[in-house]
Design a protein around this ligand. Structure first.
Ligand code: CA
Length: 230
């Protein structure tokens, strides 16, 4: 069942859309302002599709859209934008910020559902979200149980070590900067020393590398950050 997140501050509209989607069998959550919406997108269970109003308290829809697209963990999530204004200019801005579709208010619920279905049918939309296990070589992560195995042996990781490893594996073969890692693992507005990342990487290497002094899985990319080889 696809999870749909509605970020909309007009309560009546949000409720109507949620009811309609639930009646169609979707699992729906809602947020009434931009910050709450972003928290849900970045939470434990990211949505499979986002219905995003443009004019929102705290953080506007266009900013959210850009942030979602910039983040490798959420970049693939389809976004349909809603706006009260419905001008050509808005449409262009909406699509340029990375939205997949655009619906000017007022719109019919039938039209809304048709657009949602079309977006969810797009190939590849759900593949990244459905992963409960991640594997690389003899390393295996179980996401729901938060357990890690190297071959047959279970490896005990702290919460942060697990989140860090999951983040690296989710973006395997891509370089992640310390900033991005801090944002993803420690929270985007959390103030932590960047060296915290290095320290956790070292601990992680001691647990998952065959030879921690010559790491083959988590490699350092000088001046940039880290990359998981897999
Ligand atoms: Ca609004």
């Amino acid at each position: 069942m696809a999870r749909i997140l509605i970020i909309e501050d007009e309560e009546n509209l949000a409720n109507n859309l949620a009811d309609k989607l639930r009646a169609e069998g979707y699992s729906v959550s809602a947020a009434a302002d931009g910050e709450a919406g972003l928290d849900k997108i970045r939470g434990e269970q990211p949505p499979d599709l986002i219905v995003l109003d443009i004019m929102l308290p705290k953080l506007d829809g266009l900013s959210i859209c850009r942030m979602v697209r910039r983040d490798p963990a959420t970049a693939h999530i389809p976004i349909i934008m809603l706006t009260a204004r419905g001008t050509e200019v808005d449409k262009i801005i909406g699509l340029e910020s990375g939205a997949d579709d655009y619906l000017p208010k007022p719109f019919g619920l039938g039209e809304f559902l048709a657009r949602i279905r079309a977006l969810l049918r797009r190939p590849g939309v759900r593949s990244a979200m459905q992963q409960d296990e991640m594997e690389s070589d003899d390393l295996r992560l179980n996401m729901t149980g938060r357990r890690v195995f190297k071959g047959e042996q279970e490896i005990k990781l702290s919460n942060k070590e697990f989140d860090l490893l999951a983040e690296l594996m989710r973006n395997r073969n891509a370089v992640l900067s310390r900033d991005l890692i801090l944002t993803k693992v420690w929270g985007y507005d959390y103030f932590v020393d960047k060296r915290t990342v290095d320290v956790h990487i070292r601990w992680l290497r001691e647990k998952i590398e065959d030879d921690p002094s010559n790491p083959k899985r988590i490699v350092t990319v000088r001046g940039v950050g880290y990359r998981f080889e897999g």
